[in-house]
Design a protein around this ligand. Structure first.
Ligand SMILES: [Zn+2]
Ligand SMILES: [Zn+2]
Length: 105
């Protein structure tokens, strides 16, 4: 999908939706994948159904989208990829719980 078009939609659509439906289909992301996606999962070594995963979306408080570097990315198989996102989500939830506790005490 045309980069300029994707870029414009980021100001209109909800971020999550935009990221999944447009950003991950942009010509930019296809190029990034071609450049940085490895031949095997970096967690378990599987060589099929591989995805390129963002280890982070921000650096120094600024979004890294549109200018990802190698260090921001990780090749993962579907299974490890799901795990990674799930763990991140639970980490976020437990942080939130801790914060709630702090606020209540
Ligand atoms: Zn894996
Ligand atoms: Zn990911």
């Amino acid at each position: 999908m045309n980069n300029l078009l994707v870029w414009l939609w980021q100001f209109i659509l909800p971020r999550r939706y935009w990221y999944r439906r447009l950003y991950l289909r942009s010509n930019h992301w296809q190029t990034v994948k071609r450049m940085y996606k490895k031949q095997a999962c970096e967690n378990c070594g599987k060589v099929y159904s591989l995805d390129l995963h963002h280890k982070t979306y921000y650096e120094n408080g600024r979004s890294i989208l549109w200018h990802e570097k190698k260090k921001h990315l990780k090749t993962l198989c579907r299974e490890c990829h799901n795990k990674e996102h799930f763990e991140r989500m639970t980490a976020w939830h437990s942080n939130k719980k801790q914060t709630m506790k702090v606020l209540q005490n």
